[in-house]
Design a protein around this ligand. Structure first.
Ligand code: IPE
Ligand code: IPE
Ligand code: MG
Length: 251
C-alpha cells in the first residue's frame, strides 16, 4: 500500500472523483447471500474510500448510491436500502464531523421516505461548517431528471423576468444543476465490470477520464482507489486540442 501511495503525484490529484458504486447484488449472490447483504458490505467500502479520499486531500467525492431508476427494484430491496442509508448516516455523523467532512446530497430528495429526509437534513446541517472533504451523495438521482429540472427552472425564471433568455450560456445553465457548487469530476470510476454511465452526471462528465474495474463495490479497497488515481495521472487530457499544444502549454 505504501508503495502504491508513493506512485501518486500529489501535485496532480483530481479535485473531484465521482464513483458509480456497482456490483453489490452480484457480489452477494456469488456468495449465496441476499442482495441486501451486498449493500451492507458496500457501506464498509464507502467508509474506506471516504477515509482514503480525505487522507489524500481530495476536495470532492461524489458517490452514486441510488438512482431514480432504482426505485423500480423489488420493494423489499428498496426498503432495505433506505433503512441502511438512514442507519449509516445516523452512525457516521460523529465521524464525519471528527474528520471535517461536509455532506451534500444531490437528487430528488422528495422521493425519499420522510424518515430518510429528516435524517439527511440533520446530517447536512450538522456538517455544514466543515471545511475538509466535500462528500456528495447522489440519492434518488438521475442526470436526465436533473437536466430537465434545470430547464424547467430556467424557463420559470425567464417567465418571471429574472433571467434574460439571450444571456443563457454554459455558466448560467450550470447554476441550475444540483452540482452548481462543485467543479466537474476529473475522474469517474465504475466498479463491477459494467461499461456504462447509467444516467449519472451526463453533463458534468463531458471531459472526465473514465476508469473501469471488474472489482465489485464491496471488494473495492483503498489500493483500488490509488490504482485508479495512478492510471488517471498517466492520461493526457487534451480537451479537443492536439497533444503538441498540451505539451507546449506545460513547458
Ligand atoms: C450498486 O449495486 C448499488 C445500488 C444500485 C443501490 P447493485 O445493487 O446495482 O448490484 P448489482 O449491479 O445488481 O450487482
Ligand atoms: C447505477 O447502478 C446506480 C448506482 C450505482 C446507484 P445500476 O446497477 O442501477 O445500473 P444499471 O441498471 O446496471 O445500468
Ligand atoms: Mg448494478
Amino acid at each position: 500500500m505504501e508503495e502504491l501511495l508513493k506512485k501518486i503525484n500529489k501535485q496532480k490529484l483530481p479535485k473531484h472523483i465521482a464513483i458509480i458504486m456497482d456490483g453489490n447484488g452480484r457480489w452477494a449472490q456469488d456468495k449465496g447471500e441476499d442482495r441486501l447483504y451486498g449493500h451492507f458490505h458496500g457501506v464498509e467500502s464507502v467508509r474506506r474510500i471516504v477515509e482514503a479520499s480525505a487522507e489524500l486531500g481530495i476536495q470532492y467525492l461524489t458517490l452514486y448510491a441510488f438512482s431514480t431508476e432504482n426505485w423500480d427494484r423489488p420493494q423489499q430491496e428498496v426498503d432495505g436500502l433506505m433503512a441502511l442509508l438512514v442507519d449509516t448516516i445516523h452512525k457516521e455523523i460523529d465521524d464525519l464531523n471528527k474528520n471535517n467532512i461536509k455532506l451534500h446530497i444531490i437528487g430528488d430528495m422528495q422521493m425519499l421516505p420522510h424518515f430518510a429526509q429528516s435524517e439527511l437534513k440533520e446530517a447536512i446541517a450538522s456538517t455544514k461548517n466543515n471545511t475538509g472533504l466535500n462528500l456528495i451523495m447522489a440519492l434518488s438521482y438521475s442526470s436526465r431528471w436533473e437536466i430537465v429540472n434545470a430547464v424547467k427552472n430556467i424557463a420559470l425564471d425567464v417567465k418571471a423576468g429574472k433571467v434574460d433568455a439571450q444571456s443563457i450560456n454554459q455558466e448560467v445553465f450550470q447554476q441550475y444543476l444540483s452540482t452548481k457548487n462543485f467543479p466537474d469530476p476529473e475522474l469517474m470510476i465504475r466498479t463491477s465490470g459494467e461499461y456504462r454511465i447509467s444516467n449519472f452526471l451526463l453533463y458534468q462528465l463531458a471531459y472526465s477520464e473514465f476508469y473501469f474495474t471488474n472489482t465489485c463495490w464491496p471488494d473495492f479497497k483503498k489500493e483500488d482507489l490509488y490504482n485508479a488515481i495512478i492510471d488517471y495521472q498517466t492520461r493526457e487530457r487534451r480537451f479537443g486540442k492536439t497533444g503538441k499544444q498540451i505539451q507546449e502549454a506545460i513547458q
